[in-house]
Design a protein around this ligand. Structure first.
Ligand SMILES: *[C@@H]1O[C@H](CO)[C@@H](O)[C@H](O)[C@H]1NC(C)=O
Ligand SMILES: *[C@@H]1O[C@H](CO)[C@@H](O)[C@H](O)[C@H]1NC(C)=O
Ligand SMILES: *[C@@H]1O[C@H](CO)[C@@H](O)[C@H](O)[C@H]1NC(C)=O
Ligand SMILES: *[C@@H]1O[C@H](CO)[C@@H](O)[C@H](O)[C@H]1NC(C)=O
Ligand SMILES: *[C@@H]1O[C@H](CO)[C@@H](O)[C@H](O)[C@H]1NC(C)=O
Ligand SMILES: *[C@@H]1O[C@H](CO)[C@@H](O)[C@H](O)[C@H]1NC(C)=O
Ligand SMILES: *[C@@H]1O[C@H](CO)[C@@H](O)[C@H](O)[C@H]1NC(C)=O
Ligand SMILES: *[C@@H]1O[C@H](CO)[C@@H](O)[C@H](O)[C@H]1NC(C)=O
Ligand SMILES: *[C@@H]1O[C@H](CO)[C@@H](O)[C@H](O)[C@H]1NC(C)=O
Ligand SMILES: *[C@@H]1O[C@H](CO)[C@@H](O)[C@H](O)[C@H]1NC(C)=O
Ligand SMILES: *[C@@H]1O[C@H](CO)[C@@H](O)[C@H](O)[C@H]1NC(C)=O
Ligand SMILES: CC(=O)N[C@H]1CO[C@H](CO)[C@@H](O)[C@@H]1O
Length: 782
């Protein structure tokens, strides 16, 4: 065996075609497709890592290779088992790490630089604790349904936005010396019935069925970005695709992932994803359980043809290649430490958390110049989300589902999205600090329904009701005379009385969900009633929403007393500070919606699937693609978000920059890591002038949407570029978008390839998916 592998290693140096002959096996019916040594995929920048991996594996017996693929160490070659860990929002369950914002929050920034900075900082903390692989970044669940319980962990509901962010994550993690383990592969869009255990075994795990076009154009899309940008591992899902477990699905893993996308790394299973020895190994799982993959089973399989030597070698190579690719062999990484060890890896990452939190916040409504605040005389805070939970910070949550709300300030998720907080700045804390600087009088009721049952202060007297003129002592007993917010009326401890007369009323609401259960609601009666009862008494009610996914606001959004709404994800340890930065204008808001907020639940077309087979019959039409196609008016559309300044768009210019490339309907490039190379060619350039015509400096997110010709059978318009640009008041900036071949391609089911259909493409740039300001048509092809 050793000699065979040595030939493999040597052959690699010469040509890939030579290496192909070493894959000969006793079982030729098992697909050679997806085997790295076949040479089908040009490994590019992975070539050196592949050579190192092959050289390492060449030193091993089959028994030792089996040790590696089942997560063991082989001391003879100094191979130490890889340490895997959850948590792109922090090293999960660890002390002395940073509590970053969630991935979904990061996607709200629409800022590529900030995404990179944060994800690299996260990865450096994993590196410093001695981990080699992260179970992330998370592209999917993508957000087929807004009720999906895990959307807080993912990078937005649009394949393009999600893909760009996912690619940035793969690159940032790799740059930090960590193997990025992108997840979940694939069509794992809901928590209900995801696992046989604890569910109805007749229907669980559910099987997702998507047609080939939808699969490529919506769900596989972002994995192209991830693989192209350096994913070294991919986590297959717990669920099934087309009736076969994702982790044992040869079409999915050996075919789509390893061949079409040219993925060179290891596939590892989500919990329970592996149920057989040969189904999983032949299906494309590379890292699995020693209870299925025993030495005896796999060696017998090779002997009787159920399995192949080539595949075992491939699995072993794939287990170590990522380690070499990111330079984990360079001797620099600190030793692995336990969760409570005092190894402080935080550096100055709190500044990233604060900056990115503020940059992610989305201003949805702002009337009467309610925001930014400027030294208000008085302020009242409402809702349990404004302040700390009794015992916290938000730690530790179940993977069996959580929510629908959280009775304290929510700044981190649950399950795999759980944040490890070293501390948590609540809005109450940061607003109080600000009040002390500004001379603002501040009150709070940190409860959504609170009514005091206290009847006495001094001596237990009865609280006065209304504008009682009883004795001073009685007033003090009820808190009226000393409270004073209400300018003469008595102030008892209830929500309407605290709201009455406050110059600013701030209401804080949240929505929580996470791994293990889907959302049960997209709005919350208790919280919506709180907003309404404050607004009934306060003509300057500002609502702050921190949510795990789309949150319906229609119970009160049109109330004229609700003057401003700030909407965001879960912001991490600096949450209150990020909010204050935006509320007081230290940071001009520039977050944009990564999903559509509907007016009603029934406006969304996809709910939770309760059957054994989940047919993705809606095709590509999820989120704004559905709203646009079926003329459903959203409350706030995908891409929406206000600023304290205003921007004007002009002078759009769109040119084909590589007509040679576009002369061919299908890509002609070789298959490489990330798919055929020319899918990534920049073929069209668009530029636009954006002018800040308001009085404050601010950042605008210019968004490029493309409408394909009818023959391509595509949604009305699709995001195909975005750039966040800081523009000072009165200045202009030229914003340029480079459109890649894949950005104007459609999946041709007959040809099984990405096609550029000839015809007129309309390029529009604007401030949201429904606020397109300038357009230009470009004719592609004959
Ligand atoms: C590899 O196999 C092919 C076809 O089976 C054969 O033509 C070629 O000569 C072989 N190459 C080597 C180096 O053995
Ligand atoms: C294993 O590592 C040790 C210490 O770094 C080194 O001395 C030894 O040569 C290595 N062995 C192999 C087989 O690489
Ligand atoms: C080893 O890799 C890490 C992570 O990329 C890097 O920070 C470090 O500088 C490298 N060390 C050496 C000696 O190259
Ligand atoms: C699943 O089956 C559908 C319909 O037969 C097919 O279009 C699709 O490509 C299959 N998907 C996978 C991942 O095999
Ligand atoms: C592993 O399997 C091989 C081949 O069947 C056998 O020679 C070897 O003894 C086994 N090793 C162990 C530890 O069982
Ligand atoms: C090859 O392996 C598959 C299972 O992976 C098995 O069904 C088939 O019978 C084997 N073919 C031969 C010729 O042994
Ligand atoms: C909020 O106040 C209500 C009414 O006073 C009380 O029943 C409830 O327990 C409080 N909730 C919390 C989370 O303190
Ligand atoms: C809001 O009410 C206050 C009194 O509480 C009043 O001074 C102010 O003019 C009102 N503002 C608007 C916009 O109605
Ligand atoms: C708005 O607030 C004022 C108190 O400032 C109140 O009189 C009025 O009824 C409120 N309007 C609504 C629509 O609730
Ligand atoms: C899913 O689609 C298939 C094929 O169109 C159909 O036979 C099946 O009944 C559908 N299942 C559900 C649960 O809708
Ligand atoms: C497009 O071409 C025109 C004419 O050559 C040129 O003025 C413009 O700058 C080009 N725009 C872009 C975005 O390349
Ligand atoms: C409860 C109470 O005493 N209400 C009085 C408040 O003041 C107004 C006007 O002075 C009276 O009409 C109310 O009866």
């Amino acid at each position: 065996m050793r000699s065979t592998i040595k030939v493999l290693a040597k052959a690699f140096v010469i040509t890939f075609a030579v290496a192909q002959n070493t894959t000969a096996s006793t079982n030729t019916t098992t697909a050679a497709e997806g085997i790295l040594s076949s040479g089908d995929v040009d490994l590019g920048t992975w070539t050196d890592a592949y050579a190192k991996a092959v050289a390492l594996i060449a030193e091993l017996t089959n028994e030792e290779k089996i040790t590696i693929i089942t997560g063991g160490s082989v001391t003879s070659v100094n191979w130490t088992a890889l340490e895997f860990k959850d948590g792109t929002q922090s090293v999960q369950g660890y002390d002395y790490v940073t509590g970053f914002s969630e991935a979904s929050t990061l996607s709200m920034t629409w800022d590529k630089t900030l995404m990179y900075n944060q994800l690299k900082a996260v990865a450096l903390e994993f590196y410093g604790k001695g981990f080699q692989v992260t179970n992330g970044p998370t592209s999917q669940p993508l957000g087929r349904t807004p009720w999906g319980g895990r959307l807080v962990e993912t990078l937005g509901q649009d394949p393009y936005l999600n893909g760009i962010a996912f690619g940035i994550g793969a690159k940032a993690f790799s740059d930090a010396g960590i193997v990025a383990g992108g997840k979940h592969f694939l069509l794992n869009e809901q928590e209900t019935n995801r696992q046989a255990s604890g569910s109805d075994s007749d229907v669980a795990p559910y099987s997702s069925v998507a047609d080939d076009k939808t699969l490529h154009e919506t769900y596989l899309w972002s994995f192209y970005d991830g693989v192209k940008n350096g994913l070294g591992a991919v986590m297959c899902a717990m669920t099934k695709v087309n009736g076969t477990l994702s982790c044992e699905n040869e079409d999915l893993l050996q075919g789509l992932l390893k061949t079409e996308l040219g993925f060179p790394g290891l596939v590892f299973p989500d919990v329970g994803g592996q149920t057989t020895a040969f189904g999983s190994a032949n299906g494309g799982l590379d890292y699995g359980s020693s209870s299925y993959w025993t030495n005896a089973t796999l060696q017998a399989g090779i002997n009787n043809g159920s399995f192949t030597q080539a595949r075992l070698d491939d699995m072993a190579v794939r287990n170590v290649i990522g380690y070499f690719k990111v330079g984990l062999d360079n001797g620099t990484q600190p030793a692995y430490v336990d969760a409570d060890a005092y190894v402080d890896v935080r550096a100055n990452h709190s500044t990233i958390v604060r900056t990115n939190g503020a940059a992610s916040l989305i201003l949805l409504k702002n009337t009467n110049s309610a925001l930014p605040l400027s030294k208000p005389k008085s302020m009242a805070l409402f809702g349990s989300h404004a302040g700390p939970i009794m015992a916290g910070p938000n730690y530790i949550f179940s993977v069996q589902g959580s929510g629908p709300t959280y009775a304290g300030h929510l700044a981190g998720g649950s399950g795999s999205g759980q944040t490890s907080f070293p501390y948590l700045i609540t809005p109450q804390q940061s607003l109080t600090n600000k009040a002390s600087l500004d001379g603002t009088m501040i009150r709070w009721i940190l409860n959504n329904t609170y009514t005091s049952t206290t009847t006495g202060g001094f001596g237990g007297g009865t609280a006065p009701s209304g504008n009682s003129t009883t004795s001073t002592l009685a007033k003090r007993a009820g808190g009226a005379a000393i409270a004073g917010l209400s300018g003469g009326t008595s102030l008892s401890q209830n929500i309407p009385d605290y709201a009455t007369g406050a110059e600013v009323c701030m209401v804080f609401i949240n929505a929580l969900s996470g791994e293990g259960a889907d959302r049960t609601e997209l709005r919350n009666t208790e919280q919506d009633d709180l907003v309404s009862s404050v607004a009934e008494n306060c003509n300057n009610t500002i609502v702050v929403v921190n949510t795990v996914g789309a949150r319906i606001l229609d119970a009160w959004i049109e109330n004229e007393n609700v003057t401003a709404v700030v909407y965001g994800g879960l912001l991490g340890q600096e949450s209150g500070n990020s909010l204050v930065d935006v509320l007081y204008g230290g940071v001009n808001p520039s977050g944009r919606l990564p999903h559509t907020i509907a007016k009603n639940e029934s406006d969304y077309n996809v709910g939770i699937c309760e059957t054994a087979v989940c047919n993705f019959t809606e095709g590509n039409y999820i989120d704004y693609r559905y709203f646009d196609k079926y003329n459903v008016t959203p409350r706030y559309e995908f891409g929406y978000g206000l600023s304290y300044t205003t921007f004007d768009y002009s002078g759009l210019s769109v040119n084909i920059t590589n007509s040679t490339a576009l002369a061919s309907t299908y890509p002609t490039g070789i298959l490489a890591v990330g798919g055929k190379t020319d899918l990534w060619d920049e073929v069209i350039s668009a530029s636009v002038t954006v002018t800040n015509n308001g009085t404050l400096d601010g950042s605008e997110v210019s968004q490029l949407y493309v409408a394909y010709p009818d023959a391509a059978d595509q949604p009305v318009r699709q995001l195909r570029g975005f750039e966040k640009t800081l523009i000072t008041s009165g200045s202009s900036a030229t914003v340029t978008f480079n459109v890649r071949r894949r950005d104007i391609s459609m999946w041709d089911v007959q040809a099984q390839d990405w096609a550029v259909v000839g015809g007129d493409y309309v390029f529009s740039v604007g401030a949201s998916s429904r606020d397109l300001r300038v357009s230009q048509t470009v004719t592609v092809g004959a």
